[in-house]
Design a protein. Structure first.
Length: 270
């Protein structure tokens, strides 16, 4: 799916952003509390298997076939050193972290040594920040890999993206750069324990809040049977012009409709 160029407002904001490090923050997250971000994907170009038009990182320009040739991924030792030093500094400052969040500039499970990196993060957490959860935000495109599944199940929270309930809307709102379908996502999440779904809603040139779209989404959530759903929307300028923020009341209505039909609890972050 071809998107128009970024809005001038987005380009201006993007230029003000600091380069990514292996660890960053801490930041106050709407969903994770005081969170230390962990970026396994290098400090440069976005590395992702989706090209979501609302993504604060901008459009995905790097093809997946180019990743290994293009990206200078940090080593496991560099990951260990960066996170350890950052947490030690925060501990000296009396900062208590709620979460160590594996997020970064793209899809974190694309890191070549992802299972090993998970063990590094858990070890550091246990030693230096035992009160913190280790969480991940993922789009779920690598869940057909058993090693990825096992690594994700080692974490405290697994948040998997589900923005659509049918393949047509999936292509519009997430624009997968790999073979992906709702059926594949439903099937692949069965290997995860206590999955949390993160669902983004938007209106304007792309609208997944229409009645039929919400009904399809609710049906898909019911098939996955997550322990919780996080519902959220735009809170920053998106790269695609013509996207509009969903009113908080509308997000609340979607949440209530989901719970009424499936019994699954949803939290709204607006």
């Amino acid at each position: 799916m071809e998107f128009p160029k970024s809005t001038p407002e987005y380009q201006e904001l993007k230029e003000l952003k600091e380069p990514w490090g292996i660890s960053y923050g801490p930041i106050e997250s709407r969903r994770l509390g005081l969170s230390l971000g962990i970026n396994l994907l290098g400090g440069g170009e976005k590395v992702c298997s989706y090209d979501c038009p609302y993504c604060e990182l901008g459009f995905t320009t790097l093809k997946l076939s180019q990743i290994k040739k293009t990206i200078n991924f940090p080593t496991l030792q560099q990951v260990d050193d960066a996170i350890r030093q950052h947490i030690l500094k925060l501990n000296k400052e009396g900062v208590t972290l709620d979460s160590l969040s594996i997020v970064g500039n793209g899809e974190p499970t694309l890191y070549p040594d992802f299972p090993e990196a998970v063990e590094v993060v858990i070890k550091i957490r246990d030693e230096l920040s035992p009160q913190s959860k280790v969480s991940i935000l993922s789009n779920g495109t690598t869940l057909d890999n058993n090693k990825i599944i096992r690594a994700l199940n080692r974490l405290d929270d697994r948040m998997i993206k589900l923005d659509a309930g049918n393949d047509e809307m999936l292509k519009k709102i997430d624009n997968p750069l790999v073979r992906m379908s709702i059926a594949k996502l439903v099937q692949s999440t069965k290997g995860l324990k206590d999955v949390i779904l993160q669902s983004f809603f938007v209106q304007g040139v792309i609208d997944n809040t229409a009645t039929n779209e919400v009904e399809d989404w609710i049906e898909t959530v019911g098939l996955i049977k997550p322990k919780l759903v996080h519902i959220y929307g735009l809170d920053r300028v998106p790269p695609l012009a013509g996207l509009k923020q969903v009113p908080p009341q509308k997000l609340k209505e979607i949440s209530q409709k989901l719970t009424k039909k499936t019994g699954i609890k949803a939290l709204v972050f607006a």
